[in-house]
Every structure is written in C-alpha cells, then in structure tokens.
Design a protein around this ligand. Structure first.
Ligand code: SF4
Length: 383
C-alpha cells in the first residue's frame, strides 16, 4: 500500500476542556470551546453527545449520534484521487472506532500515512494518531494536512519562515511533514511519489518539512484542481463501508464574501463540477445502495441556474435518493426552485440565519435581506 488515509479521530474531550480552560477566559481557545459544547446535568460534553443523551431519554433507546456515522468524505476523496493516478490507497473513516482495522492496515507497511484534520479546532486529536502509527509502522512517512494545518500556517509561516510557536506545535504533533495548501490532493500525490522513489522531499511543493536547522516550508505551488477530473470513483469502495447515507461535494469554495468568514479567501474562487460529473457519481452511489445523500457544498443552491439544472438531472435520473444540503433562502426567490428541489428528492436543508436585523445583515455583508429569510422560513411549500 502506498498510502493509508485516516479520516477522523475523537479527541479526548476532557483534555480539550482543560486546555481551553488553561488558555484563559479571554483566549480564542476558550471562546471556541464555549461554542463547541453543551452542559447537560452540569456536565460539559460535545453537542452530539448531549443530543444523543437527551434523545435516548425520550426514546428509551441507546443510540449514539456521531459525526463519523457517515464515512469521512475527505479520506474517500483523497483515496480516489490517488488511485486514479496509480497510487494504491486505502481510507479509514474513524480511528477511535476502527483501531484494530487501522492496526491491520499498518501491518501492510504503507509507505505514507496521511492524517486529515477537517473537523479539528486544535492539535489534540492528532497526537494519539501519530503515536499509534509510529508504534506500529515506524518506517511510514506520516503527513498531516487539511484545514487545521492550513489555519495554523496562516499566522505561523511569515516571510518564508516558520515562527517559533508553529514550530512547537509541529514538533508536538510529531509528523514527518505537513501540507500547507487548502486543497492539498495534488501535493499528497507528489509526496507519495517522492517517498516511493526515495526522492528529496524538499523538492515537493506546499510542505512543511524539518531538517537540522528546524522546520521550514518548501516552495509554494497553489493548487487549482479540476472537480470533474477529481470526481470520486465510488466503485472502488465497498457498499458495506459506505452504508445507506453518504456525503458528496459538487463545488469548492463560496461565491459570497461575508465579513466574518475567510473561507472564500482561503479556498479561492467558486469552482463547480459539471452536471454530468454529478450524474455519474449519483448513479454509482445509487447502484451501491446509498439512499440518503448530503451535499456538503457551502451553498448548494448557488448559482441558482446550476441548482435548477442539478435538480432537473436528479428528476430525470429518478434514482430514489433523498438529499439534504446547505441552502440560502435569500437566493431562492421563485416557486420553481422549491418545486424542483422537492421533486428531485430534497428531504431537508440547513439554513444559515445569522440575524433578522437588516443593519446587522448589512454589517456582515450577507447580501441577504431579513424579509427574504422570513419568506424562506414560511412552512410552505414543503409542508
Ligand atoms: S456564505 Fe458561508 S461560506 Fe460563504 S462567505 Fe458567507 S459564511 Fe462564508
């Protein structure tokens, strides 16, 4: 195996709570922690844990809701990307629930182990992962990438040098290299090829690597990966692993510039996959037994014309899929949009309603009016 990709790990919530507490009440760490948990019966816990407990009290069941119930999309995407380029790769969705499986895969001596950080707000979940891999596959090259690393590099790489606090964090995490690119799939491919060839890793762009003088960045080569060329080949994954609910991405970045959000700056211009690419992926997913689909695009119904084309394609295909997405009601101003969504299998959408105050919305540069939100929240036509 050239590359094993590990999608998600539950960090130790208590360690996270203590770390945030130690950082102090005015620290960003504490502010983020406050938004990331609920206290139930006086005990702090992650949101989904609290939700599971409250729901179980009502239903008398013993269910556990967890972000990794749906297979981690980043790990599937990267595995598919590498395989299409002749690099053998396997994906694991949840380290904390699949330790035996990960150990068995490490016994196959992968050359590279890639750790994604999509949902992490601090380095804690990375530490046990790196330790686990080091103990079982000491010869593997461990690389960590994804949003956490990219965020750390925003402030930590200045004028082509890694600052002291970032150096400390990189050393604490303990990986061999880090990807500092918001997309990163091309960089991972280059790294896998360089490791397999025993080549000089300082020639691989978009990395942070360490030598005798400390951590330093390799040259920058911004990625602009084509979403049609990078579409997931779902036939390479087992239906048993994917299950009845899957996530899918049809676009990268966002067309808006809200004042409180730097995502579009980091992810670049809005880039979309063609309707035909989405059609092919949907057919594969339906064939492997997927029945529920979550489109993870930041705003699935923007641009509105493309959204209608996607809905018409799904109606035409009639694959029996129920779908969910993020949705801007301020950009759905006609009945046809709602009719197409309903007829194409939409079962629910997540709305971001930041404020009902026109001045606050203007200050946020939301490009949305409060009356558009009110209209979008009307119970029709989905009721
Ligand atoms: S619409 Fe969402 S992703 Fe886009 S800029 Fe605003 S907050 Fe960020």
């Amino acid at each position: 195996m050239d590359c094993l990709i590990i999608g998600y790990n539950d960090g130790d919530f208590n360690e996270y709570r203590l770390m945030s507490h130690r950082a102090g009440a005015d620290s960003p760490e504490w502010q983020i922690f406050r938004k990331e948990h609920l206290a139930l019966d006086g005990v702090a816990m992650p949101w989904l844990e609290a939700f599971s407990r409250v729901r179980n009290r009502v239903t008398g069941r013993n269910d556990r809701y967890h972000p990794a119930e749906v297979f981690n999309l980043a790990s599937l995407y990267l595995a598919s990307y590498l395989r299409r380029r002749g690099i053998s790769a396997e994906a694991v969705t949840l380290f904390s629930g699949q330790r035996d499986e990960v150990a068995a895969m490490l016994a196959q001596r992968p050359r590279v182990v890639a750790i994604t950080t999509t949902f992490y707000v601090n380095v804690l979940p990375v530490l046990p992962l790196v330790q686990f891999v080091r103990e079982r596959a000491p010869e593997a090259h461990i690389v960590v990438g994804g949003p956490l690393i990219e965020n750390l590099c925003q402030d930590g790489v200045v004028g082509g040098a890694v600052d002291e606090s970032l150096e400390d964090l990189l050393t604490v995490m303990g990986a061999d290299s880090y990807v500092r690119e918001s997309q990163g799939e091309w960089t991972l491919g280059q790294l896998c090829q360089a490791v397999a060839a025993g080549a000089d890793l300082s020639e691989v762009p978009n990395l942070l690597i360490e030598d005798d003088a400390g951590w330093h960045p390799t040259r920058r080569k911004p990625e602009a990966n084509d979403l049609d060329e990078c579409a997931i080949d779902w036939s390479g994954f087992s239906p048993r692993d994917i299950g009845p609910t899957a996530q899918m991405r049809t676009a990268r970045s966002c067309a808006f510039k809200c004042s409180f959000c730097d995502y579009p700056q980091r992810a670049g211009a809005l880039t979309t996959a063609s309707v035909e690419t989405v059609r092919r992926e949907l057919r594969q997913l339906a064939e492997m037994g997927v029945r529920n689909l979550v489109f993870v695009d930041d705003t699935f119904n923007v641009p509105p014309k493309r959204f209608k084309e996607l809905c018409r394609m799904m109606i035409e295909e009639d694959l029996g899929l129920s779908w969910y997405s993020y949705f801007r009601c301020s950009n759905a101003r006609d009945e046809e949009t709602f009719d197409l969504a309903l007829d194409s299998g939409c079962s629910g959408v997540f709305l971001g309603i930041e404020s009902a105050d026109a001045d606050v919305l203007a200050n946020m540069r939301k490009l949305a009016q409060d009356d558009q939100y009110r209209a979008g929240l009307e119970p029709t036509p989905f009721s």
